[in-house]
Design a protein around this ligand. Structure first.
Ligand SMILES: Nc1nc2c(ncn2[C@@H]2O[C@H](COP(=O)(O)OP(=O)(O)O)[C@@H](O)[C@H]2O)c(=O)[nH]1
Ligand SMILES: [Mg+2]
Length: 373
């Protein structure tokens, strides 16, 4: 870190699970690269083996992973990862994706970076993406979503310097307007953008906001860490991976895209509305080919977000899930689905590994509690 000469622009894109952070980061990275700027990305989640890392690497990006807990609790790992990327890639911009169930990022990440490493980073304002699938329910205060997880959703908006309503390509203009009004009423004065990370609408405005320099907060947010911890823990976490291969490799290939989709369909059938899905993502890879499918709420269809278009004799599959169910039940269902897909497709299932847990209480490495005088 001490060898860095030029300050690196540090851009963090927050937002709830499945809000579109990885998609936005991939798009921003393409933009900065097209301007001739070297870019690196830092991903973050509760355990290793992240689908996000695979997606961003498949997009040709240099990615550092901070696993094990959120940036706030792994602050030193974040700094080390940024430092390593700075030496290896010499980036002008580092794009960082925090865990989607993390909040209090200004007090635990942005401010510590600014205060402890003065002059080393040019910090961008904190952008928080609004996930429409859950925003309508949560901002209208409707039942049907865990109030404790909703607390995290609200806190993320409260601390945002800029809120970007994402996925407007699948919303009507009236829906976008309603979301704008809900945010304006509950968080008056907050700049609100409307974007489509997938289609590119609103991205120039987002980039304009990111170019402005963050100078420190005008206030610090109160956070009830008990409630925050309970909200985190309510959303069971699962990471699993396995291999599938053709029984008769010389004759039988299978579609990587269909595999990812069908696995998710089967999991959806088995979960059968047992608890709210926040984000389930699956990556099926073979050599350099990758297919990714996503599921972002009980009311949304599963979708193939990255098509490989290839047929392969074997695949390595990674599943990351946050669902409001018992994580052990989730693990059990994930294994059952792997076995059933293997059976239906006459494939050999190998090397199944999984970890599931309720994330522990966040204990930030640093937490700024006072404004600088
Ligand atoms: N329709 C639409 N889908 C999007 C958009 N941005 C992201 N998604 C999808 O939302 C899902 C979750 O996106 P991802 O970037 O992984 O969210 P993250 O968990 O916040 O990183 C994926 O299926 C994406 O393809 C968007 O602008 N429009
Ligand atoms: Mg992501």
């Amino acid at each position: 870190m001490s060898q860095q000469v030029q300050p690196v622009r540090f851009v963090m894109i927050g937002g709830f699970l499945g809000a579109g952070k990885t998609t936005t980061i991939a798009r921003l990275a393409r933009h900065f690269a097209s301007q001739g700027q070297a870019v690196a990305v830092v991903t973050n989640d509760q355990a290793e083996g992240l689908v996000d890392t695979q997606i961003l690497q498949a997009a040709g990006l240099s990615v550092g992973e901070v696993p094990g807990a959120c940036f706030c609790c792994k602050f030193d790992d974040l700094v080390q990862t940024v430092s390593r990327l700075a030496q290896e890639v010499r980036p002008q911009v580092i794009l960082a994706e925090p865990v989607g169930s993390c909040t209090d990022l200004v007090a635990t990440v942005v401010e510590p970076l600014r205060r402890l490493y003065p002059g080393q980073y040019v910090l961008a304002p904190l952008v928080v993406l609004l996930k429409p699938e859950h925003a309508f329910k949560i901002l209208r205060h409707q039942r049907g979503f865990s109030p404790k997880a909703a607390y995290i959703f609200h806190k993320q908006l409260e601390e945002a310097d800029v809120v970007a309503v994402n996925k407007i390509d699948k919303l009507s203009p009236q829906q976008v307007e309603e979301l704008r009004q809900l945010i304006a009423r509950q968080y008056p004065g907050k700049p609100v953008l409307a974007i489509s990370a997938r289609g590119g609408t609103g991205i120039p405005e987002l980039i304009e906001h990111l170019q402005t320099s963050y100078q420190g907060p005008s206030r610090l947010m109160d956070v009830d860490y008990d409630l925050y911890a309970q909200g985190e823990a309510e959303l069971g976490w699962l990471n699993c991976s396995f291999y599938l291969s053709s029984r008769y490799p010389e004759v039988e290939d299978f579609s990587l895209d269909e595999l990812a989709q069908q696995y998710l369909e089967l999991l959806a059938e088995k979960l059968h509305d047992q608890g709210e899905v926040c984000h389930v993502k699956i990556a099926a890879g073979h050599e350099t080919d990758l297919a990714v499918a996503n599921w972002t709420s009980n009311d949304s269809p599963r979708e193939l977000s990255l098509a490989s278009g290839v047929r392969v004799p074997e695949a390595h599959v990674t599943l990351n899930a946050r669902v409001a169910v018992d994580p052990q039940e989730l693990e059990h269902l994930a294994r059952q689905c792997a076995e059933e897909v293997a059976g239906r497709w006459e494939l050999v299932l190998d090397g199944f590994q999984s970890r599931s847990f309720r994330p522990a209480r966040p204990v930030p490495t640093h937490r700024v509690t006072q404004l600088e005088s």
